[in-house]
Write a protein that binds this ligand. Structure first.
Ligand code: NAD
Length: 246
């Protein structure tokens, strides 16, 4: 049995994590903590692994406290740039006793979509990304689209592919979309969607499309539970769940 504590337990993701942990046969929801409860609740409850879905403004303090108290952490909270990741690495130290998995995306389908896109990229002349999200999303393109574009660009560069064929000479309305590392990204905001992405590849005589739709927060839970099971045997910092899928 893994004793799990959830930080941000009354948030949208936190509630879903509490339910998923409570339903898992090999886990116990030992503590559910939100902003008005002390972190000591975690140690008093004998927690082994802490899952944090809180806010970028508080997650670093939470992590420092957990690492200091010998607790493994699984973190989904956004806002981890390289400087923050380096800081967590320092907190864990050179000979870490605990593990911390920080993942910008716990959706297994979304992570596989990115892996498959990176694998396909070197084989096709053209690649473009179309992402569609709910209209309340404030940033465009999505972090997933940016990451996918970077993976595609890196794979193309490694394979020494020439520029993508595109005769567009005029684009007064921005109809060709945005560009991330030379890969066109089109962002659609539409009612009726949660988070969807298509990666379209084209080559002589063929088209190849990878498509992923996230319909509910439930899609993140298998990835979160996978990380909770893995983190006790992964001392130090692990970024993303890519390596756990193998
Ligand atoms: P939310 O606002 O619904 O929930 C955040 C919760 O954290 C709230 O209940 C809040 O009271 C609580 N909180 C604030 N300070 C706290 C503290 N010091 N200690 C404990 N709890 C505290 O937000 P959400 O939609 O659940 O998203 C949470 C985070 O997860 C965001 O950063 C979001 O971008 C991220 N997210 C990541 C993934 C992923 O796959 N990695 C997926 C979805 C959302």
């Amino acid at each position: 049995m893994i004793n799990v504590g959830v930080l941000g337990a009354r948030g949208r993701m936190g509630q879903a994590v509490c339910e998923a942990v409570a339903e898992a046969d090999d886990m116990k929801l030992a503590a559910a903590v939100d902003h008005d409860e002390p972190l000591e609740t975690l140690t008093e409850a004998g927690v082994d692994v802490v899952v944090d879905f809180t806010l970028p403004g508080v997650v670093m303090d939470n992590l420092a406290w957990c690492i200091d108290h010998g607790l493994h952490t699984v973190v989904g909270t956004s806002g981890f740039d390289q400087a923050r990741l380096d800081r967590v690495g320092e907190m864990l130290g050179d000979d870490p006793e605990v593990g911390s998995i920080i993942a910008p995306n716990f959706g297994i389908g979304a992570v596989l979509m990115m892996q498959f896109a990176a694998k396909a990229a070197k084989h096709f002349a053209s690649a473009e990304i179309i992402e569609t999200h709910h209209p309340r999303k404030v940033d465009a393109p999505s972090g997933t689209a940016v990451h996918t574009a970077r993976l595609i660009a890196a794979a193309r560069a490694e394979a020494d592919l020439p520029e993508m064929p595109d005769a567009t000479a005029e684009d007064a309305t921005g109809a060709r979309g945005g560009e991330v590392d030379g890969v066109h990204v089109h962002a659609i905001r539409s009612a009726g969607y949660v988070a969807s992405q298509e990666v379209r590849f084209g080559g002589p005589g063929e088209r190849f499309t990878i498509s992923h739709d996230s319909l509910d927060r439930a899609s993140f839970m298998p990835g979160v539970l996978l990380a909770v099971r893995a983190v006790p045997s992964l001392p130090g910092l692990t970024i993303g769940i890519d390596d756990l899928l193998d």
